[in-house]
Design a protein around this ligand. Structure first.
Ligand code: G6P
Length: 615
């Protein structure tokens, strides 16, 4: 959470920082701030509760000048979202300004020590403690410049950080450091860009350096980029070329990023299949598996860890791996798994699923798994993200940047990659016969077109949304492969419309949620013609008998459900394992339209952030 941006170069820093913050607003949007240092060494500092636009309104015409600056968009952890807790934070003498993404876990002990040494604090944040700590280290020895003082101070710090620090005495220098929170440095011609991810950088340069854990960097117009570890070992920067296109991070005529991303799904799924699904050869090519073939053929167990929507993708994958590979699978919330004492070791493959590749709990889970000897296979969307770099092997989802906080195209791309992985492993282990594999490959190849057909029914979705937008509660049901789709449907609705929603396995409804059903309760249910079809019909009857309203996702041409349901949405037929890629899309669109009708902030729902880099 929290987005950080920095600039050092020949252009005015302020507009660049504001533009960068808007790109990073998905990471947090409860307050924002900037600090700019001009060539005469004076610092202008603005902070405001609310969005980047509120900050802009607050700054008004008083735009700070200067070519060195830092900016921050916050998702509150320590202290409520208000002007005072917004970043950048300043040292006591006002000489240093610092922005931070992460959590300093030992901030309380550090704060007590600093107070005993005469420091006083104006905010509730852990970040303010860090800038005071660096100032204190600088004061303790005149030999230490900002770079050295930051490095030394970070040795005292426990926790996660991506930071950028400036010193009014050094208007041509920017100091950066990271541990567990991401930081990218863009290298332009006589200018440097810094950000939590590459989206603010892409329109200026494609050359970036990803800072690694416990590295401290100095960018200076006269001396270039220098990196050392916090233990003072020299590091040679490795420049990577970005492949992202600028258009992919703009709205492209859609009202919201979420709607654009929903409509991008035929393309994102096709991109995910490209080069992997080799229909002509009757095989699947996935380098991350093929390069470690014996490990996959000999694996005894798969453990899938993830959070949020990615965890739902993991639940679908459990059914796939059991069906195609006949291997034991466990699916775990990363936040629980990392604090258990799981029985884990060689012969286990841990699959980590993460859109951002930065989720703190998932990252911690993979580190634990590696320590215990398991092989980590990462499935990430963001290229170059921490999880993708720390995994032993993996596969990208190739869905392109996802900006809307509620995940849509990343989820269907995760389901697609997971199907490919399960099919490839089933092929290698001989648990899938060639005909079954071939049928599924043909099925996967046809998915983008089926998604396209579904997206054409936009007006149907709007009509259903209109009918249920005032409901205070909603229930989502599904069985088998579609049980996780029900969970995901409920999550989508509550995330962006703030309507209370629960997802349940349809048969479990009798053990509790059925008590909630009356004529005001919409029940969204996946009733496609799969192995559980007849059973789901009975569940629909149970809801109808109690007056509930049924909105059913059905297989095209189904008349039986239509007789019982208040509304049906048809998806084209597909193999059971592939249906979730289709059946989840109506729930994305219904949630979207309900949220728009309720005038919610669809792309940036309250209290949420897209990239959860704190535990
Ligand atoms: C946040 C986002 C969700 C996402 C979850 C896991 O809660 O709002 O959309 O599913 O984090 O994120 P990851 O990047 O690891 O998939």
């Amino acid at each position: 959470m929290c987005g950080i941006v920095g600039y050092l170069g020949e252009q005015p820093a302020f507009p660049l920082i504001i533009k960068g913050l808007k790109r990073l607003e998905y990471r947090g949007y409860d307050s924002a701030g900037v600090a700019v240092i001009d060539t005469k060494g004076s610092l202008t500092h603005h902070r405001k509760k609310g969005k980047v636009d509120d900050l802009l309104a607050h700054v008004g015409d008083d735009v700070p000048t200067g070519h060195l600056g830092i900016g921050h968009t916050r998702w509150a952890t320590h202290g409520p979202p208000n002007d005072v807790n917004a970043h950048p934070h300043l040292s006591g003498d006002g000489q240093l300004a610092l922005i931070h993404n992460g959590i300093i876990e030992n901030y309380h002990a550090l704060k007590e020590t600093l107070i005993a040494r005469g420091h006083s604090f104006y905010s509730d944040t852990d970040t303010e403690v860090l800038v005071h700590l660096i100032a204190e280290v600088m004061k303790s020895s005149e030999e230490l410049d900002l770079f050295e003082a930051t490095r030394v101070a970070l040795n005292e710090v426990v926790g996660a950080y991506a930071i950028a620090v400036v010193d009014i005495a050094r208007p041509d220098e920017l100091i950066l450091a990271r541990k567990s929170s991401p930081l990218v440095i863009g290298i332009g011609e006589c200018e440097y860009f810094v950000a939590s991810d590459a989206t603010p950088i892409i329109e200026y340069t494609k050359n970036v350096v990803y800072l690694e854990d416990e590295e401290v960097a100095r960018v200076s117009l006269s001396a270039g980029l220098k990196i050392r570890t916090i233990k003072n070992h020299r590091v040679t920067p490795v420049i990577t070329e970005l492949e992202m296109a600028l258009e992919s991070i703009e709205k492209g005529g859609y009202e919201h990023f979420m709607l654009k991303e929903i409509h991008e799904q035929p393309k994102s799924i096709a991109d995910c299949l490209r080069g992997r699904l080799r229909l002509g050869h009757g095989t699947i090519r996935m380098a991350g598996i093929d390069d470690h073939e014996s490990m996959w053929t000999e694996a005894k167990r798969l453990i899938i860890v993830a959070c949020g929507t990615s965890w739902h993708a993991g639940l679908v994958a459990e059914y796939m791996f059991e069906d195609f590979v006949r291997i034991p699978v466990e699916v775990e919330y990363a936040s629980e798994f990392r604090y258990r004492n799981p029985v884990l070791g060689e012969g286990d493959i841990l699959i980590a699923i993460s859109q951002s590749g930065e989720t703190a709990d998932t990252l911690a889970a993979i580190r634990m798994a590696k320590e215990r000897g398991a092989h980590v296979f990462g499935i990430c969307n963001v290229v170059g993200s921490s999880i993708s770099r720390e995994s032993d092997s993996g596969a990208y989802t190739h869905a392109g940047p996802e900006i809307g906080v509620a995940s849509t195209k990343a989820f269907t791309a995760q389901l697609t990659v997971l199907a490919l992985v399960a099919m490839r492993v089933g092929q290698l282990r001989g648990t899938m016969d060639p005909q079954q594999l071939n049928r599924l490959m043909v099925g996967l190849d046809g998915v983008p077109e089926k998604v396209e057909a579904l997206l054409k029914k936009e007006s149907d979705f709007k009509a259903i949304a209109e009918a249920y937008k005032a409901a205070p509660n909603a229930l989502f049901l599904g069985r088998g492969y579609n049980f996780p789709v029900a969970l995901e449907g409920a999550l989508k609705l509550k995330e962006i419309s703030y309507i209370h929603a629960e997802g349940y396995p349809a048969a479990e409804m009798k053990h509790g949620p059925i008590a909630l059903i009356d004529e005001n309760m919409p029940v969204f249910i996946v009733a496609t013609q799969d192995a559980h079809y007849e059973k789901v019909l009975s569940n629909i009857q149970e809801v109808k008998a109690r007056g509930g309203k049924i909105i059913a996702v059905v297989t095209a041409g189904d008349t039986e459900v239509a007789r019982m349901a208040d509304h049906t949405i048809e998806v084209l037929p597909a193999q059971d394992a592939l249906v979730p890629i289709l059946s989840t899309i109506p729930f994305q669109l219904l949630s979207y339209h309900i949220a728009v009708m309720l005038d919610r902030n669809v792309d940036q729902p309250r209290n949420l952030a897209k990239s959860v880099t704190v535990e």
